[in-house]
Design a protein around this ligand. Structure first.
Ligand SMILES: *Cc1c(COP(=O)(O)O)cnc(C)c1O
Length: 372
């Protein structure tokens, strides 16, 4: 079986360093908001080209606390995409604001900036672009709209740590960047974790307070906060992994190029496109194919762990039924949901495995075509 992501192979490479770092934390007696979290925040601020980085419990908390810090709540609208993981809109729901969906650009799978302005109302407070699969959104266009309409931009960069847009790290372009350290992300912990980045000191201060029961000074509480601290063990693990991230992202890009080359002769398999002047870090390598559902099952029978990200677009999820955004409202989102398939993608994937995956997929696509 070739999995979609193989955390065990990565562990073989760096496991002894991780065990050493974890044992040091265990012996130190400092388990929460200690020296590793502090150092990790500094290292990640530098890595993400942001002034401040605040470590949290999850990417979902990063999104939710970003909205809280910007005072977005009941009665407000937030523009985003329905072609993403549910955490993006869940965060909007947690603060009692309303998600407003805009269709995607089918070439990049990301929110189509050309359609954003039509969705803006007097209640709109922010845009949450999602750099899906590690592919940067068209940030110039989004920032321009935000500026003209006085809206905040919260980047959901949970799948995109290390990706760049015109030389700038994603997550550092909008008002706030949100990241996840879920184990399968490009920089993944061994448990849950997340991060907010920002250049604004007042937002940094507010988020630091919100993550620790709503107060900057211990036992002084100014507002209702949460417990969303990243623990020292996760921080120590992430500090071991961070120096490897650029080389892992580069290896993902090399593997994406190999897939592109292997599929070049098969016109029915549409390979991912990259925007000009961006550095996509291939959290996922996602192709578009006809007869996807039938082929998906057969890939699994052949021992290939392909995945569907995501099988149901968010506007058609039960949780969003109340919005009344029915089928047919977001044609590109709906069409692409039915034809995308993500293939195994991780830095340790071998050329032989990629050839087997590509040959299997090409054969299945051709067989399905011959029967049609
Ligand atoms: C993973 C992910 C999240 C949530 O991160 P968690 O750490 O799992 O809470 C949010 N948005 C996107 C696009 C993600 O991929």
């Amino acid at each position: 079986m070739i999995p979609i992501f193989d955390s065990k192979r990565q562990y073989q490479e760096i496991g002894s360093d991780i065990e050493k770092a974890v044992c040091e934390v265990l012996r130190s007696g400092a388990y929460i908001l200690g020296p590793n979290t502090k150092a990790l925040e500094q290292e990640l601020a530098e890595y993400t080209q942001s002034k401040y980085a605040i470590a949290l419990n999850s990417g979902t908390d990063a999104l939710h606390l970003a909205l809280r810090a910007l005072d977005i709540g009941a009665g407000d609208e937030v523009i985003t995409t329905a072609f993403t993981f549910v955490a993006t809109t869940e965060a909007i729901g947690i603060v009692n604001a309303k998600p407003v969906f805009v269709d995607i650009d089918p070439d990049t799978f990301n929110i189509d900036p050309a359609k954003i302005e039509a969705a803006i109302t007097p209640k709109t407070k922010a845009i949450i672009p999602v750099h899906l699969y590690g592919q940067p959104c068209d940030m110039d266009a989004i920032m321009d709209i935000a500026k003209r309409h006085d809206l905040y931009v919260i980047e959901d960069a949970c799948q995109a740590m290390g990706a760049t847009y015109k030389g700038r790290k994603v997550g550092s372009i909008g008002d706030i960047g949100c990241f996840s350290f879920y184990p399968t992300k490009n920089l993944g912990g061994m448990g849950d974790g997340g991060l907010i980045t920002t250049n604004a000191e007042h937002l940094k201060d507010r988020i630091i307070a919100l993550r620790n029961h709503g107060g900057a000074i211990r036992y002084h509480h100014d507002e209702i906060g949460v417990n969303s601290r990243l623990d020292e063990i996760q921080s120590a693990i992430l500090r071991v992994k961070l120096p490897h991230l650029d080389s892992w992202n580069k290896k993902r890009r090399e593997r994406a190029a190999i897939y592109n080359e292997l599929f070049a002769g098969c016109e029915d398999i549409i390979t991912p496109k990259e925007l000009d002047d961006t550095y996509c870090i291939y959290h996922q390598y996602t192709v578009k194919i006809p007869n996807r559902d039938e082929i998906f099952d057969k890939m699994h029978e052949a021992g290939i762990g392909t995945m569907l990200y995501y099988p149901i677009p968010l506007h058609l999820q039960k949780v969003h039924e109340y919005l009344g955004v029915g089928r047919g409202s977001l044609p590109h989102t709906e069409k692409n949901t039915d034809i995308v398939m993500s293939l195994p993608m991780f830095p340790e994937l071998t050329r032989e495995e990629q050839e087997f995956i590509a040959n299997t997929l090409i054969k299945l696509v051709e067989e399905a075509k011959a029967l049609a």
